[in-house]
Ligand binder design. Structure first.
Ligand SMILES: Cc1ncc(COP(=O)(O)O)c(C=O)c1O
Length: 363
């Protein structure tokens, strides 16, 4: 008999990664490449994080602490949430997998918006669970339809706010409605990967942690990959009830948060100057992109994150390909079934100028 893979693997469509910069450089022989495709922070890592990690390099022969004690203490102090309510993981993505592994049995269901972050579905599918995807409506979440999709098989309700790839948020009223309506057997995961950017904009509820005391079945997910600029070393965390935190901590990889990640994250969390600069620069970048879209008469979602979602009215396969040949990498909307849309991450003033020049030529 041939080897047998888990049957769910036959249903898994792997995450379609964009080509790395090095590959695009080799393939098209380009000198300049700007990757505005993965919602990365284009301003470099926090200098404090770099200094702390450089210092830590000499200890890399040792395993890290399995439970990142000091980092958890720091997060706890900064966010005013008790340490036992945290789970720190190897980036938000690995935490999403851990959440799916912790809750989902074959035959269970999850609710997601569509489009939204692909890993919710991917990890659910591997666990044998079904994803019920509810399309956005009028540029926002269709909360009524998402709640109507909940049934006795539903285990997780994913709410990505700001939503990737569209950049819209759930406001306070919507979140409160969900919390009131969800039955006790459903966990609400509020994915706030772009929290720091969204906090700079009016209308975004910045006080989600206050909900932890009124709703036991809430998980708030955040990451240091975006505004904190350390995507390459992979640190994310959740805040939840101490019971859920205990379960998640028992499922996560033992040494999942490496030494550089632990010290780098601690230092980054202290770097208020860097954070203020990044958030301000991002708001300027979003404004520049939105101004450009308006000059073209394009429809777009006002963004609360470090990327924007815009309808360029052309086939996104073609625009993506033509831009890539000119050294600009973006994320084409066809990947989510929105064929004429593009997801473009913000960057420095210079990067945005280059993007606009290349896009103008392509058009
Ligand atoms: C909505 C959302 N959640 C979670 C993540 C995971 O981020 P990371 O694994 O870098 O922490 C991302 C990354 O793009 C994201 O967009």
């Amino acid at each position: 008999m041939p080897i047998q893979f888990r049957k769910e693997l036959s249903q898994i469509k792997p995450y379609v990664q964009g080509k790395p910069v090095e590959v695009v450089r080799r393939e098209f022989g380009l000198d300049r490449i700007e990757k505005l495709a993965s919602n990365e922070n284009q301003f470099g890592p926090s200098p404090k994080a770099v200094a702390a990690m450089t210092e830590e390099i000499k200890n890399l022969n040792f395993y890290p602490e399995g439970y990142p004690f000091e980092l958890t203490q720091k997060l706890s102090e900064k966010l005013g949430v008790a340490p036992e309510r945290f789970m720190v993981g190897n980036g938000g993505e690995s935490i999403i997998w851990t959440i799916s592994m912790t809750f989902l049995d074959a035959g269970d269901e999850i609710i997601v918006a569509s489009p939204s972050f692909d890993i919710y579905k991917l990890s659910a599918t591997l666990m044998g669970a079904k994803t019920v995807a509810v399309p956005l409506k009028d540029g926002g979440f269709d909360i009524d339809a998402m709640l109507a999709a909940v049934n006795e098989k539903t285990k997780i309700f994913w709410l990505c706010s700001p939503n990737n790839p569209t950049g819209n948020i759930a406001d306070k009223t919507q979140i409160n409605r969900i919390i009131e309506a969800l039955p006790d057997h459903v966990v609400l995961v509020l994915d706030e990967a772009y929290y720091e950017f969204a906090s700079a904009r009016e209308g975004f509820p910045t006080d989600s942690t206050s909900l932890l005391d009124i709703h036991e079945n809430l998980i708030i997910l955040r990451t240091l990959s975006k505004a904190y600029g350390i995507a390459g070393i992979r640190v994310g965390y959740v805040m939840t009830s101490s019971l859920i935190a205990e379960k998640l901590n028992s499922v996560k990889q033992t040494f999942g948060v490496n030494r550089l990640a632990q010290v780098g994250a601690k230092a980054a969390l202290d770097d208020d100057e860097y954070m203020a600069f990044v958030v301000r620069s991002n708001s300027e970048g979003i404004a520049a992109l939105e101004q450009y879209y308006e000059s073209k008469g394009w429809d777009y979602f006002p963004s609360y994150a470090n990327f924007s979602w815009v309808n360029c009215g052309r086939d996104s396969h073609v625009i993506f390909d033509a831009l890539q040949r000119r050294g600009v990498i973006i994320r084409p909307g066809f990947l989510w079934g929105w064929d004429t849309w593009l997801r473009i991450s913000t960057g420095t003033e210079e990067q945005i100028r280059f993007l606009k020049e290349q896009l103008d030529e392509v058009l």
